[in-house]
Ligand binder design. Structure first.
Ligand SMILES: *Cc1c(COP(=O)(O)O)cnc(C)c1O
Length: 363
């Protein structure tokens, strides 16, 4: 069965490491001999308590998360975070500054505007989000409650590589849904990091929030209980029933990354995979990558042939060769190869070979 698996280039949900899937499958009916499946287990049981505590501890190790940051496993996806962030953090001056580098950033800003005064400090929308806008310090409001950025733009294939806004004391909030665990990040540069799991961590259903402790506990009393970060932080993410199975699988992914030596070797492989794909695209006569070189993402590689019918033919022909979901986002078309941590290097090599063959046949 495992041998029949396709290379799935989906932007999310996306591939998981095969060793994790096989381990989860083996433990599915009777988790470590406890007589129950994790799918059936009480979230207050001794077994699940260990699962969630290990998941948090391993994530802390992987990202070197300092003690003054809380880790939460929540539901509602990154989309709910678009609202939870302003509900919890836009509570001082009720101002927040957003850099709009893609559709997710735009959605986050739109949601926040329901709760206070949102300033779009910079946007690359006029250039179809092909680069990361890089405003300087003077453009941010010094009294804003936070500055929001989207660290990796899944749809457009851009990423904050060398630039991070200088916001002074204003905390940076970052959506890392599609790049978390692909690189070492200095958590202390951020007030809050969030990521839906289904891109680079685990199955859909759990969202990771890493928040500096002093930013919590400032939500107004009339917000729904679930929306208050402090409730989750104070209750170890088990105030109510958490997405147990998704947390368990994410925890197995963390274990697998740790066993492989942590994020560093994974990042090196991610760089190698992305570099060879970009190098080939840049050298080819048929394909082009519209993204500014310095802002290119390691996770989502966007390219086009310049002919929408040929793009469609490419995606369909690739599917025949067991390479799935190479279509670009429905809003922009073209192609996108999402090559997250779990995409094996052979998957990228196979894709490049296919692209060469397709180029030769469609000159
Ligand atoms: C996928 C994605 C989202 C939306 O995530 P949901 O879990 O579907 O709400 C938000 N931001 C980024 C950067 C994404 O890649």
């Amino acid at each position: 069965m495992s041998n029949d698996r396709a290379y799935n280039f989906s932007a999310g949900p996306s591939m998981l490491p095969l060793d994790v899937i096989e381990r989860v499958a083996a433990d599915l009916p009777n988790y470590k001999g406890c007589g129950e499946s994790v799918m059936e287990m009480s979230h207050r049981s001794k077994e699940f308590t260990k699962i969630i505590e290990d998941a948090e501890a391993d994530l802390r190790t992987l990202l070197s998360i300092p003690d003054n940051y809380k880790v939460m496993f929540l539901q509602g996806g990154a989309t709910l975070q678009f609202a939870m962030i302003p509900m919890n953090l836009m509570t001082g001056s009720k101002k927040a500054d957003y850099i709009v580098s893609g559709s997710w950033a735009k959605k986050a800003a739109k949601e926040a505007a329901k709760f206070g005064d949102v300033k779009i400090v910079a946007s690359s929308e006029e250039d179809t989000f092909t680069y990361i806008p890089k405003p300087d310090k003077s453009e941010f409001r010094p009294d804003a409650d936070y500055v929001h950025i989207t660290f990796n733009n899944t749809i457009y294939g851009t990423h904050y590589n060398d630039y991070l806004p200088d916001t002074g004391d204003v905390p940076i909030v970052a959506d890392m849904s599609s790049c978390i665990l692909s690189e070492e990040v200095d958590v202390t540069k951020f007030g809050l990091i969030y990521a839906g799991a289904q891109k680079n961590v685990g199955p859909a259903g759990v969202t990771i929030v890493i928040a500096r402790e002093d930013l919590l506990g400032k939500a107004p009393e009339n917000i729904p209980t679930y929306m208050d970060y402090k409730i989750h932080a104070d209750n170890g993410s088990t105030y109510n029933t958490p997405p147990c199975f998704a947390i368990y699988v994410a925890g197995e992914v963390f274990k697998s990354i740790l066993a492989g030596g942590g994020i560093k070797p994974l990042h090196e492989a991610d760089v190698r995979k992305a570099q060879k794909l970009y190098d080939y695209i840049d050298s080819s006569q048929l394909y082009t990558c519209p993204v500014a070189k310095e802002d290119r993402s390691l996770m989502n590689v966007v390219f086009v042939t310049g002919d929408t019918d040929l793009d469609k033919k490419f995606v369909a022909a690739a599917k025949e060769e067991n390479m799935h979901n190479l279509n670009g986002h429905r809003s922009i078309g073209g192609m996108r190869a999402s090559i997250y941590n779990a995409m094996p290097e052979e998957g990228v090599d196979t894709l490049i070979e296919f692209m060469k063959k397709f180029e030769a046949e469609n000159k």
